[in-house]
Every structure is written in C-alpha cells, then in structure tokens.
Design a protein around this ligand. Sequence first.
Ligand code: PLP
Ligand code: COI
Length: 363
Amino acid sequence: IGQVAVEIKYQLKSLSQRRSEPFTPEDNIGFGRIRTDHMFLMDYDNGQWLNPRIIPYGPLPISPGAMALHYGQAIFEGAKAFLHSDEEIYTFRLDKNTERLNESAKIMCMPEVPKEMQMQAIEALIDVERLWFPRQTGACLYIRPFLFATEDNISVRSSQNYTFCVMLSPSGAYYPEGNNNAISLLISKTYHRAVSGGTGSAKAAGNYAASLRAGIAAKEKGAAQVLYLDSTNQRIEEAGAMNHFHVLKDGSIIIPEFTDTILKSITSQSVLALGELLGCNIRQETVYLDKFIADIESGDIVEAGGFGTAAVVSAVGHYIFEDGTKLKVGNGEVGPTTHKLYALYSAIQTGQHPDELAWLKQV
Ligand code: PLP
Ligand code: COI
C-alpha cells in the first residue's frame, strides 16, 4: 500500500496540465454527464495489484475477448465529495463504499481492492481534479470506482486479470425533477430485479443491464423508476437506483429489511444511524405490498420515497400500477418528514450541520 501511495505521488508530479474554471455556476451540469480530465487506473495480474496511475481521461485499450465483455464480471460504486465553505473538498462515507466494493467483489468472484488503496486512489484523483468542483447549488463531485475482468478468455470462469478504475463526474441532482419535487414509481409484477441466491446485493453491472427493460416500461407509464417486488410479488424490495422507505402517521420511517436481493444502501444505513442519534423511530421491516397499499389508502402511510447516493432522499408522490392506475401518497408532493430528512442529510454532507458521526473526510 505504501508503494501505491508513492507511485501515485510520482504520477501526480508528472501530470501535464490542470484545468481551471471548466464551467460556470450557471451551467446546467446534470447528473453523471461530465467527466474530469483524469482517471485512476490499476491492474491486477498474478494475484497482485500493479501499476497504479493517474492519466488523462480517455479510451481504454481492452481485448475483444476480455471476460467482462462476455460474462459481465464488472462491479462499481457510487460516492460523493462536497465542497465546504472553507474551500476544502470532503468525501462522504467513502470507507463504506470501499467496503461494499469488496463485498460485491466477493459475490462476483473478483479480487478485492484493499480499502486503503481505494481510498488513496480516490483522494489522489480528487486532489488532481480540485478545480473541477462544480459550484452550482447542491452540486457535488460524483465518484465512480469500478472493477472489471480483462483476461482474454472465453471459458466461463472467473478472470485472472482485472482493471480497477476511478472516474469523477461533477454532478447535480439525479432526477430531472430535483429533490424538491416528488417522482412516481411503477410497481412491477412482471419484471424482477433479483432473486434470492442471485447477485442482487452486489453492485454488479449486470443487475443494471437486467433492469433496463423494466426501466423502459416505467418511462412508458410516466414513472421515473420501477419499485421492485420479491419474485413472489408479495414484498417490497427496492427501486432501480435507490432503497425504498415510507413514513407512518406517527412519524416512524420504515425501510425494507436488507436481504440478499437488496443493495445495502449506505444512505439507508446512514439514515438509520441518524435516527439513533436523533432519537427518531427509523427501522427496518419486511414490507408487504398489500398492506402497504391499504395503509396508503387509509392514510396510515403519509409519505414515501427512496434513499441513495445519487437520489439522496427523493420523495415518491405516486405509485403507478401496470394497468395504468395511480395511487397517491399523502398530497402527492414532498412531505415534511422527507423534506426534513433531505435537508439534514444534505446539510451534513455540505458541512452546514455538525458531522457528529465523523462521516466526512477532508481530501
Ligand atoms: N439500490 C440500488 C439498486 C442502487 O443502485 C443504489 C445506488 O447506489 C442504492 C440502492 C442506494 O445505495 P447507496 O445509498 O449506497 O448509494
Ligand atoms: C448511486 O446512487 O451512486 C448509484 O450508483 C445509482 C445509479 C446512478 C446507478
């Protein structure tokens, strides 16, 4: 690991140029669209991580027989860094993302990338790209580490070679609606994201490829994403890019319990920890679809939404069924509990609220 740090520093010295003021605060940067100038790369061969480097962002040479392209051995993470009023950049719970990348790696039979190496790689890259930090209101530097199989072999087995890459994207809100407007979710009984014993709890590329058909169905019905059920269509699992939550009349917040078909959202885990800190009742339960619908209709459930790094805390105003009928939650807009949670979470991330749980790390 020490060697990696030394090599990263060496690479930093040899970087050709740094860009200044790449865009103005008025630009609409969207989510995940913009890249910065550089990326981090490191290769895995013979049981070792080799050649850590930061180089200009650009196409990667990859063999057509690379196993990631055929059998989908590819995983990724999503984290964020924020610019605070002291003009310093802070990563948010990056250690949790590095741990989860390794959990995904285990599930997908890939080598782990030591946590310290991941941290050093990401921090070094952010350091190089400081001037890319977007100054738009609510914007961040989205961090996308990913790991994929590069061995040129078409046997179905795990690859012996891999590349670990990190790229950065100056980003705003994930949904075009922004976080001050509610989205709709399609409740799908046709499409499923994951089955027990499968790879649903890994942040594996294939899970997202498998969700595209359902995503198109959602768009056709006017929904932003799909709310997935378990394969028996009884329990609520999660949405395409966020965990799910709902708020009861008494203010309790319920998140479906983590199973091997749900990605263990770092945002959900953070909200649960905040609940403990603030003495709020935020808990995980098995959520049955029939009861969920009945409780919305009776007014026992007053708000609902999703948690995720990209989505932050997003309100769900309507559920849409496959026959096109709609179910409104509360008044169909962002409710007070969801709004309060979003405001608190964002305030911690951006340094406007004390970081009592030490989630931020200065780069
Ligand atoms: N569920 C899925 C399927 C996701 O892609 C994401 C996004 O990362 C989440 C949940 C939310 O997880 P996190 O809060 O760790 O970003
Ligand atoms: C994230 O929230 O970081 C994600 O990875 C979701 C997504 C954009 C797929």
